[in-house]
Design a protein around this ligand. Structure first.
Ligand code: TEU
Ligand code: CA
Length: 558
């Protein structure tokens, strides 16, 4: 058993808010900061002590706030700087810390830096972005954008191409320019000095591009040209270390880097404390298991053995050497119960089970708004109900290449980011308690059956289970810091693991299938009885731990 240094952010339970869809306080159909402040009591009661709030800065919303036009101001629809100060104050008053989203791989094309860069190439911001000459009227290289088309756009005014890994409205910053980096550090200090408790860093492992911006003639399978060059690029660690020295090390904060295509070995270079870089990363190995050969839209069933292997690999690799984040959904992915569970007959037990197996591993849980009531994917009938730029671009490109409408919509129902972005269901009234007006994106039809008000006093609700789970984790040294071991005697569809700390052992027993399944007695603690049951996802607890019902979860002492 190796040692894990206790830290507040390791023991925290984090909750991601997608502000547009959380709570609208003024009836314009868009969630806002005052709405979040209104719901802090709810979050505190649930057991949340850390919020990650998706971007709230000034933004023209080409990518819902991930395109920032002013880092030092709040988006008009979300409120004012005063509302943000009030939210920080009110949260801190309840013992809840706040992490902002830091989007610094790119800005909006409306940011003052970009406006200046495109009109004054020789001016102070001329080199703030990545500009290059075309090749005979073609872009400088063959890199593709994450959201379709070339990663380069031609700027008439400047007469050059600029790089954008995301939409053309999100030009990539030139991190090789020292002044860019120091402007970003100053902006980070601006927020930390206002009481913010850390950052979730958007695509932070993509900030360093290779010299010469070469063509990618051999992209890794399932990825787009260019991706392998700028993901964990040449200077990324040097820049993050510099950021740590200049900013992060001077505050008691938490940092989480969003890192696609990052394995455990690379992860340790970011999160091993002696490296002085970041506290945690979000990796996506488990979030890519249903991507077929055609990528995220080519959805295939998740292989449970693979999921268990990914979980175990990260638990072992980081134990005693770094710290994990734990999550099964966020604003970019489908709802976890629709994806990893069964959102039909077994929605309630499978939503609980997924939370139980994920958040009892070693790491900091990141709940995504709505999962605590078991919200499901949205299956809007037509494309005009969708808002996400990635989804809309995908629809258009597939129509153009002749794919059938029904097949496109089937894929969108499975994989669209909007699945996670529909408004939170506060109650079963029209508007779902989210808004008194017209919501910016339709509300999922099932809000009358799935909503917080109905679950509040129901001891068997998904919500009540989350309350118990969060408390159990907080009160258990084994759950927080214990080591992790998969119990091999219990093959899939069972997932059984053990957490052990000095003087305490927990066994998590789960059946990830819609059929009953026997659990071998040698996979269970020797004295496993109802008396050792700490948590169950069925109303009556488990009558017999060796005979698991569909999607049954039991957490045992010992
Ligand atoms: O996402 C990074 C990212 O790689 C996404 O493109 C992801 O692969 C995709 O959404 C999966 O469908 C971050 C943010 O989380 C996302 O919301 C932003 O759109 C993106 O960066 C650009 O800022
Ligand atoms: Ca509003």
């Amino acid at each position: 058993m190796s040692y894990q240094t206790p830290r507040w952010w390791k023991e925290a339970t984090a909750y991601q808010i997608y502000p547009r869809s959380f709570k609208d306080s003024n009836g314009d159909g868009i969630g806002d900061l005052a709405g979040i402040t209104q719901k802090l009591d709810y979050l505190g009661e649930l057991g949340i002590d850390l919020l990650w709030i998706s971007p709230v800065y000034q933004s023209p919303n080409a990518d819902n706030g991930y395109d920032i036009s002013d880092y030092r101001d709040i988006m008009d629809e979300f409120g004012t700087m005063e509302d943000m100060a009030e939210l920080i104050r009110a949260a801190h008053g309840r013992g809840i810390r706040i992490v902002m989203d830091l989007v610094v791989n790119h800005t909006s094309d409306r940011h003052a830096w970009f406006r200046s860069s495109r009109s004054h190439p020789a001016g102070p911001y001329g080199d703030y972005y990545i500009w290059a000459e075309g090749r005979d009227g073609e872009p400088p290289n063959n890199w593709l954008s994450a959201f379709g088309g070339s990663a380069w756009s031609f700027d008439e005014r400047r007469g050059q191409y600029y790089l954008h890994i995301y939409t053309p409205n999100q030009p990539d910053l030139n991190w090789d320019n020292r002044r860019v980096r120091h402007d970003i550090y100053a902006m980070m200090r601006f927020w930390l000095d206002r009481g913010v408790d850390g950052f979730r860093m958007d695509v932070i492992n993509q900030i360093s591009k290779p010299p010469g911006l070469p063509d990618d003639t051999d992209p890794a399978p399932g990825t787009r040209p260019g991706f392998r060059f700028y993901t964990n690029g040449p200077n990324v660690h040097a820049y993050i270390r510099e950021m740590h020295e200049e900013v992060l090390s001077r505050y008691d904060i938490v940092t989480i880097g969003e890192m696609h295509a990052t394995d455990t070995q690379e992860a340790l270079r970011y999160v091993a404390p002696e490296r002085r870089e970041l506290d945690m990363i979000f990796h996506f190995e488990h979030m890519r298991l249903d991507a077929g050969p055609g990528g995220k839209w080519d959805v295939k069933p998740i292989d449970l053995d693979e999921l268990k292997q990914v979980f175990a690999r990260w638990q072992h690799a980081l134990h005693g050497r770094g710290w994990n984040s734990l999550f099964l959904n966020n604003h970019d992915y489908p709802r976890m119960v629709s994806r990893f569970g069964d959102d039909g007959e077994y929605r309630v037990p499978s939503a609980k089970l997924l939370a139980g197996i994920t958040y009892l591993m070693q790491g900091t849980p990141f709940l995504f708004q709505g999962e605590e009531i078991g919200m499901t994917n949205a299956r809007f009938a037509t494309i005009d109900s969708y808002r996400d730029v990635e989804t809309l671009n995908y629809y258009t490109s597939q129509r153009e290449s002749g794919l059938e409408e029904t097949e496109i919509m089937r894929r969108i129902h499975l994989a669209s980011r909007d699945n996670a972005r529909t408004p939170f269901h506060w109650n079963g009234e029209p508007g779902a308690g989210f808004t008194a007006g017209t919501p910016w994106i339709p509300i999922n039809d099932n809000y009358r059956e799935i909503n917080l008000a109905d679950q509040w006093d129901d001891p068997d609700s998904v919500l009540s289970f989350y309350r118990r789970l969060i408390r159990l984790r907080k009160e258990s040294g084994a759950a927080l810091y214990g080591d992790f071991e998969v119990v091999e005697e219990a093959p899939s569809p069972l997932f059984v693991y053990r957490r052990r700390a000095a003087g305490e052992t927990l066994t998590v027993v789960a059946n990830l299938s819609s059929e009953e399944h026997a659990c071998p007695a040698d996979a269970l603690p020797a004295d496993a009885t109802r008396g050792t049951l700490l948590l169950s996802n069925y109303p009556d607890g488990t009558p017999d731990i060796t005979a698991l019902r569909p999607w049954e979860l039991a957490v045992l002492a010992g």
